[in-house]
Design a protein around this ligand. Sequence first.
Ligand code: SAM
Length: 231
Amino acid sequence: MNAAEDKTIVREYFNSTGFDRWRRIYGDGEVNKVQLDIRTGHQQTVDNVMGWLKADNNLPELSICDAGCGVGSLSIPLAMEGAKVYASDISAKMVSEAQDRAVKAFSNTINPSFAVQDLESLSGNYHTIICLDVLIHYPQDKADQMISHLCSLAQSRIILSFAPKTCFLTILKKIGSFFPGPSKATRAYLHREADVIKILQKNGFAVQRQAMTRTRFYFSRLLEATRIPAE
Ligand code: SAM
């Protein structure tokens, strides 16, 4: 499968069965045990990012691009803390759900601002770029291109999460218990942490903070990297 096909499949999935599945997982209604486990894991990733950024105590001064924002699970709390948030996603359905949730949270959709856009076509300049749980849908070479593009938009910082390619997860994936159920409609790609760090370094970024969320069915490595100042 080539990268363009991967992207088309991902877009179609998140506008159809994937939308129904992930909207429920990223919600607060009743879900099955696997989905509840993934919801809990994903919330930990969101909480880790919020914890880092709140500890810096400068969110109202920041412009943040949430690339692949899904239903706004991170964009909305970031905006609540005063950051200016530019949220976008390849899926029109996910963006529309995110907008509905933002209206419920703030009674307006000025901040975050939302756009239906794939991250490869994003432009502009943001203090911080965040891309959570998106790279899992793409193979390493495509993920490298995506990370490089996102780095080019970041003035200071990039925060990424990905499913780490460890022996344990490689075996789990082989026996099919990784992201079980209908999400198998898209492929789940694991990424070697060393490869992600290498591409960040190549683009002039150095890792500052890291976290790992591991539940039964959700595995996500979170890295924060900042731009290395020119000498
Ligand atoms: N980042 C969100 C979060 O953590 O709540 C959503 C994560 S969800 C597993 C993956 C999201 O990435 C989906 O909403 C999907 O539509 C989006 N996505 C996948 N490929 C994308 C691309 N090339 N550009 C922008 N968004 C993309």
